[in-house]
Design a protein around this ligand. Structure first.
Ligand SMILES: [Zn+2]
Ligand SMILES: [Zn+2]
Length: 347
């Protein structure tokens, strides 16, 4: 098969022939029809993820067709249209038993713990626990965005963030996950303030339901801007980019008893990120993490997609072939995005 491979961190990846994967006993191999390009892939390529060993094939948000099935898989057959959460759970640890597969203790992640979906085929573990059926009405390109960004945003806004109608929700960083969060929070009836350095990203945020926008390239203190626009601060705020600056701005833009949800990854050479904890105490803020979404939680989201309440299809702004991935991956380093790029490995 053809795949995007990198041999060294931060050096150009290349597209080349590699061996086809085979399914584990409990796993499947999926023919990749579409796979999203995400900032996490860039972090992996830069060497920020300790799970990766070289050489490596990135790619973790995908949709496609089951090609081969392991002997112990009971729920899936070749030909099934599927997607998968980027956290593939083991199905048997205490967290999985509690229904918290998104924080599985023995999780695997395609594109991180093993070769991912920037390829024509990808192997996925524990298929009966992790695969999600993709309805015929949903295109592979749209379904690919569900695996990481849209599902992650859905859990962050709805489950962890508990967004409620009438509340102010601030979203710091309007790349793929941030724009998804804007759309989901607006659909929940919340009033959304979108923050980004890119006017293009803010235009999309407005299109997806943001009531207010803050251009961080022109506003010195974005937290202050959010507090002013919301009459004292957001009820819920997300750092959807993942940087010490956006994390602190998200916490500082909250009102009393507000909730901060950290969604963007925060790799750091020192292993920690400063958080304004004095404000957390004084205002009784809640700090929450959000890490993907379990496969069993997908039906609620898919029903909203089917009904047209949520439109992940609108987030897909460009489609590229495998050959364009090395350059696109390198380009993810510059902050600020404008929608979701989907790769079609067979085009
Ligand atoms: Zn588990
Ligand atoms: Zn991702």
């Amino acid at each position: 098969m053809r795949a995007v491979v990198f041999e060294r961190y931060g050096e150009p990846a290349e597209v080349r022939e590699v061996a086809d994967p085979t399914p584990a006993e409990h796993g499947v191999v999926v023919r990749v029809e579409a796979t999203g390009l995400c900032r996490s892939d860039w972090h992996g390529w830069m060497g920020h993820d300790p799970d990766i060993t070289l050489p490596h094939v990135p790619g973790h948000e995908l949709a496609g067709v089951v090609e081969a099935v392991g002997a112990r898989v009971t729920g899936w057959r070749s030909g099934d249209r599927v997607t998968v959460p980027f956290v593939c759970a083991c199905g048997s640890c205490p967290s999985c038993a509690a229904g918290d597969q998104q924080v599985c203790e023995r999780q695997t992640q395609p594109g991180f713990t093993h070769w991912g979906s920037f390829a024509q085929y990808v192997a996925l573990d524990h298929a009966d626990v992790n695969l999600v059926a993709v309805p015929d009405a949903l295109s592979f390109a749209t379904a690919a965005s569900l695996g990481c960004r849209f599902a992650t945003a859905f859990r962050a806004v709805v489950a962890q963030g508990r967004a409620a109608a009438g509340e102010w929700v601030a979203v710091h960083g309007c790349g793929g996950v941030g724009l998804s969060a804007v759309m989901i929070a607006a659909a929940s009836g919340a009033r959304v303030v979108a923050v980004d350095v890119s006017p293009g990203a803010l235009d999309l945020a407005r299109k997806f339901g943001a009531a207010e926008c803050v251009d961080a390239s022109r506003v010195g203190d974005t937290a202050e801007a959010v507090r002013e626009l919301t009459g004292g601060g957001a009820h819920l705020s997300l750092d959807a980019l993942g940087s010490p600056v956006t994390c602190a701005a998200s916490v500082n833009g909250l009102r009393r008893r507000g909730r901060h949800v950290q969604v963007g990854l925060l790799p750091s050479p020192t292993g920690s990120t400063p958080v304004p904890m004095a404000r957390v105490i004084g205002l009784e803020l809640e700090l929450l993490g959000s890490h993907g979404m379990a496969a069993h939680a997908y039906p609620e989201m898919l029903e909203l997609v089917r009904a047209g309440v949520l439109r992940p299809d609108l987030l897909v702004t460009s489609t590229i072939p495998l050959d364009a991935v090395p350059a696109a991956l390198a380009g993810m380093g510059t902050a600020g995005g404008s929608g979701v790029t989907v790769i079609e490995p067979w085009s």
